[in-house]
Design a protein around this ligand. Structure first.
Ligand SMILES: Cc1ncc(COP(=O)(O)O)c(C=O)c1O
Length: 395
């Protein structure tokens, strides 16, 4: 069962965090408070489960291992439900204030008090699936129009889910980064509002709102621990998830916060490249990874600032261990509770298992019998067709 993990080739790059500002200032406590206050009042809000995996932990020779399962989040399948929808609220609220002269109460916006005005607003975003689903859902909650841009490799199933939420879905030639470029051009031309999960020079507020929304998940984790875990393994696309969790953990636990290990597909490792270059760096995506949500060649500049300040390790994983991990989880490996997880959702856990099984990496990441590890199961089964192929052993 563990052979793919013991033989997998992982790249590792270590850095020394300086904790000298961005981790507490770029994403601040007040923004996380506001997001928590708002999102916890939405219909359907429920804390997601933090599963203990004691059987796997024993097998890996570590103290404990917990898996934050984001599959049930607002019925949207992933942690992204927290970010995009919340950023839609804030973006529309700011736009609306121009015509009503004040920041509208979100509850009034939700119940449609300003629908006449918000229906003239269009929010747009690039996505490889999960962020767009959240933005489309947010547009329904806050009564605006929505256009979502997807790249050539995004599955029709993912596109359909967004259409069913009322979004117009536009397929763009090229990869994720090409879709981001297209949203920028179209927003400028038509006056549409971009709600992106990635930032670039001059565009920062919506990505900050997105990350503030993710903080809800990180705070749920914090509340479940009497003493902080020693390690957190965080998968990275543009880095927003990892930055939000790192910032919340650091704000809550200070220097006792866990060691932060960033995990990316080898095929899309822009944060790894950034760590090596010591600045935000892009990579060319020559082949799409199975981990669709992590297929990003350009880091979010804001997220990178936080990770450059507070992450310890950057690791890339090969495609070969993703299918085996999804199957191990649903089989309830080592006697643990079975969990249904999507390809991007298991990336952090893939790195934990491979690192724990490979003595050199185990040493580098300081994993031992006292290690207490938390991972984010960032998605459930968001694409049933891909999941069926994985379960059938075709991937
Ligand atoms: C399931 C899942 N996990 C992780 C990520 C990575 O998040 P980020 O792009 O903020 O690094 C994504 C991004 O789309 C995702 O969909």
């Amino acid at each position: 069962m563990f052979t793919p993990f013991t033989t997998a080739i992982l790249n590792h790059h270590a850095t020394t965090p300086s904790f000298d500002g961005p981790v507490t200032q770029t994403l601040n406590c007040t923004d996380f408070d506001s997001a928590e206050k708002e999102i916890s009042n939405w219909d359907g809000y429920a804390e997601t489960p933090l599963f203990d995996l004691p059987g796997l932990a024993r097998n890996l020779g570590i103290r404990d291992l917990r898996y934050k399962h984001e599959g049930p989040r607002f019925g949207l399948g992933s942690f992204k439900a927290l970010g995009g929808a919340y950023a839609v609220l804030r973006t529309v609220q700011r736009e609306l204030s121009k015509s009503i002269g004040k920041l509208a109460d979100p509850a009034d916006m939700r119940c449609g008090l300003y629908a006449e005005q918000t229906k003239t607003i269009t929010v747009i975003s690039a996505t490889d699936g999960n962020h767009g689903r959240s933005v489309a859902w947010g547009a329904v909650q806050f009564h605006t129009n929505c256009r979502i841009y997807i790249h050539a490799e995004v599955s029709e199933h993912r596109a359909d889910v967004m259409r069913k939420l009322g979004a117009e879905v536009i397929r763009v030639d090229g990869d994720y980064d090409a879709t981001v470029a297209q949203t920028r051009a179209d927003a400028e031309k038509h006056g549409w509002l971009i709600v992106s999960d990635t930032s670039w020079p001059g565009y920062t507020q919506p990505p900050l709102d997105v990350m503030a929304g993710y903080g809800v998940m990180a705070r749920e984790i914090v509340q479940s621990y009497a003493t902080p875990p020693t390690h957190v393994f965080l998968q990275g696309g543009v880095g927003g998830l990892a930055a939000a969790v790192t910032a919340v953990f650091h704000q809550e636990w200070g220097l006792d916060a866990p060691r932060v290990v960033i995990v990316e597909p080898e095929l899309a490792s822009c944060l790894f490249a950034s760590a090596k270059a010591n600045r935000a760096a892009n990579v060319e995506i020559s082949e799409e990874t199975i981990m669709a949500g992590l297929s990003c060649g350009e880091p979010s500049e804001l997220a990178w600032l936080v990770l450059a300040d507070a992450a310890h390790d950057f690791v890339t994983i090969p495609e070969s261990i993703v299918g085996p991990m999804v199957r191990m989880l649903v089989d309830g490996a080592c006697g643990d509770a079975p969990i249904e997880a999507g390809e991007s959702g298991v990336a952090g856990l893939c790195a934990v298992v491979a690192a724990a099984k490979q003595p050199a990496l185990r040493r580098k990441l300081r994993l031992d019998a006292n290690s207490s590890i938390v991972v984010i199961g960032s998605e459930g089964v968001t694409d049933p067709n891909v999941y069926a192929k994985i379960i059938a052993g075709e991937i």
